[in-house]
Structures are given as C-alpha cells and as structure tokens.
Ligand binder design. Structure first.
Ligand code: KG4
Ligand code: ZN
Length: 334
C-alpha cells in the first residue's frame, strides 16, 4: 500500500491506499475550530497543530508499516509552515523505514480525488474551486496540465470565507454561507457578476466581496435583521456561482471537453453542482465529482496521486525534496 500524508493548510491527514485502490486507513484532524475564532487560518497556529497531530496519526498506522511500499507527500502549494510539518514526517519515515518517497502537488491530489475508486480517465477539463485556488485546467491524454483560467485576486472558497467573516459567522465560511442561503427565499440582492461581458478568461472575487460588504454594513446600520444576512448570502452565492459558470461556459464552447471534473473543497457546494449539471447537459459533457467526504483536503487523494507516480517509478531522494508555497503545474505524473 501507499502511505499518503497531507498538511498543506489546516488539515493534518494520513491515508493508506492499497494498489487495488482499497482505502485501508484514512483519518483527518481538522483545525477549523482552532482557527474559527480568528476568521481564517493563522499560520503559526496551524504549524503547531500539525506538529501535535501528525505523530499521533502515524502511531495509529504502525501495524501497517511492513505493508507500505512508498510514501506520498504534499510538498506544494500551501502554507510553508504547514507543508514543512508533513514533509518532515515523510522524510523521517522514508529514511527510517527505507521507503521511496513521492512528491505530490496538492492540486494534482485534488484531481485524483475523482479517481479514488477507478483508473484515471483522460483527457479531462477540470474546475478546481478551493480556499486557495480557482482554476480551469485541461489534463490531456498524457496527463499534461494546461491552465486555461485562474483568479486574479481571491479564490471562490476564500470569498465565502470572507463573507462569513464579515457577517461574524466563523471559519470556514463555505458551508456556513451555503446553509444560510438556503434560508432565503428572496432574490432581492442582485450583485453585479464580475467581469461579465469582459473577454478575459479569468476570475475575480474582490469586487463582489466589496459589494457584499457594503450591503452587510447597511444592514447592520439598519438594525441587522438576520433575514437580511440570509438574503445577502443567497445573492452572493448566486453571483459567485454565476461568475464561475459564465467563464466556464466560454471555455467549454471553445474546447468541447468530453468530461468535466469538479474538485476542491468548494466543489461540495450544492448550488454550484446544480449549475454545473445544467452546463454539462448543454455541452453534452460527463460531470465527474469526488465523493463529498473527499472534496476538501485529505490524504486519500494524495495517496491516490502517489499510486499513479509509483506505477511510473517517479521517486525523489529525501535530501532533494523541497517545499514550495506556490505551485508549478506540469503533468499529473511529474
Ligand atoms: O480544498 P480545501 O479543503 O482547501 C484548500 O485547498 O484550499 O477547500 C477549502 C475551501 C474553504 O474556503 C471553504 O470555505 C470552501 O472550500 N468550501 C465551500 C463549501 N465547502 C467548503 N465553499 C462554498 N460552498 C461550500 N459548501
Ligand atoms: Zn485543497
């Protein structure tokens, strides 16, 4: 089996996936509660919590040490101080147990969340929506990745986090804003869709966030009725999702993907999923989504990406493994 370790942001996670794709062990210790009072991830706190959590998870899989064939570790992109926690543990295990080490790009890990139970099916268009990224990618039949669109400021998930923070509702904001939106039956907040009519194939959420901030402030000044917040949340979610769909439609029209994969923590959003189903219907695309449990950061997807590289003997010397806060996407097998 392949051991996967993930610590790129605020989740410490360890998984064991055997070469037949049976998930033998998977656990994730989330730091959401600890960060929620600050309205976002505090890097120094994240680092300390990874250092406490990872050794405990590794202790739990000790009985399987003899069955592990290689260790797959997220080394980019992410928070440096978080990445270093998992990478140190992976290097120590690689040297101590004399096991090959496999570096995994976190974004490639998200793509592999689509193939936890199956072989890769390529080529594939991918919408990646997470806390750190908003991208449309194309993965060709050889696994080479091209970036077709990305965001020039905030990411989709991050904009939900910031709206929740402005409403004083905690972190992470995605699920909070989604469930608050479900309480609204009004479409009275009609925010401007970012870059609508603009030819650029890119995303931007900072202007929308600003429009939302103004309405939140007005609502607070008027006595902050809680129904206002639900309606604002619903208006924001509609606009953010429409922005995603608007640019995606343009790309799909041109590229004609056979399949569209949707990955990342924010791909759990049901309103977005419903809109994606509509666009897949329109362009006759097959929609691939990860099981809800594996949309957000997890080590199972890292182990799965590790298996693909293990089969191609793509190993790295522990002395040469470095972390990088930014990502260089090339191929899912690199
Ligand atoms: O992939 P992920 O776990 O971490 C990163 O790699 O960033 O994604 C976490 C992000 C957070 O910003 C969170 O608010 C967002 O995904 N998210 C959502 C939903 N569930 C999680 N955003 C919108 N709607 C959701 N239901
Ligand atoms: Zn992620």
């Amino acid at each position: 089996m392949i051991l996967g370790i993930e610590s790129s942001c605020d989740d410490s996670s360890v998984a064991l996936l055997d070469l037949n794709l049976n998930l033998v062990y998977h656990k994730k210790i989330s730091q959401e509660l600890e960060h929620s009072k600050y309205g976002g991830v505090v890097p120094e706190l994240a680092a300390r919590l990874h250092t406490a959590a990872l050794p405990n998870l590794i202790k739990e899989i000790k009985p399987y040490f003899k069955d592990i064939k290689a260790i797959a570790i997220t080394n980019q992109p992410g928070l440096s101080v978080s990445l270093v926690g998992g990478v140190s543990v992976a290097k120590a295990l690689s040297i101590g147990l004399n096991l090959p080490l496999i570096e995994v790009n976190h974004l490639v890990g998200h793509i592999y969340s689509l193939f936890l139970n199956s072989d890769e099916s390529l080529p594939l268009g991918v919408l990646l929506v997470s806390g750190g990224h908003t991208m449309i990618l194309y993965v060709d039949e050889n696994g080479d990745i091209t970036t077709l669109a990305s965001t020039s400021d905030d990411s989709f998930g991050e904009s939900f986090d910031k709206v929740a923070k402005m409403m004083g509702l905690g972190y992470p904001g995605g699920a909070i804003i989604e469930s608050l939106s479900q309480k609204s039956s009004s479409d009275r907040y009609k925010f401007t869709i970012p870059l609508k009519g603009d030819k650029r194939l890119e995303y931007s959420f900072s202007g929308l966030k600003n429009q939302v901030r103004i309405e939140i402030e007005k609502s607070i000044a008027n006595g902050s009725q809680s129904s206002d917040f639900a309606d604002i949340a619903a208006g924001f979610q509609r606009a953010a999702c429409e922005h995603i769909i608007d640019k995606l439609k343009k790309i799909c029209k041109e590229k004609r993907f056979k399949s569209l994969g949707v990955v990342g923590g924010a791909s759990a959003n049901k309103y977005l999923r419903a809109k994606l189903l509509e666009i897949c219907d329109k362009f006759d695309m097959n929609l691939l989504v990860a099981p809800l449990e594996f949309c957000s950061d997890n080590a199972a997807m890292i182990a799965r990406a590790g298996i693909a590289k293990y089969q191609k003997s793509k190993f790295i010397n522990p002395k040469e493994l470095k972390i990088s806060p930014r990502s260089s996407l090339g191929s899912i097998y690199l």
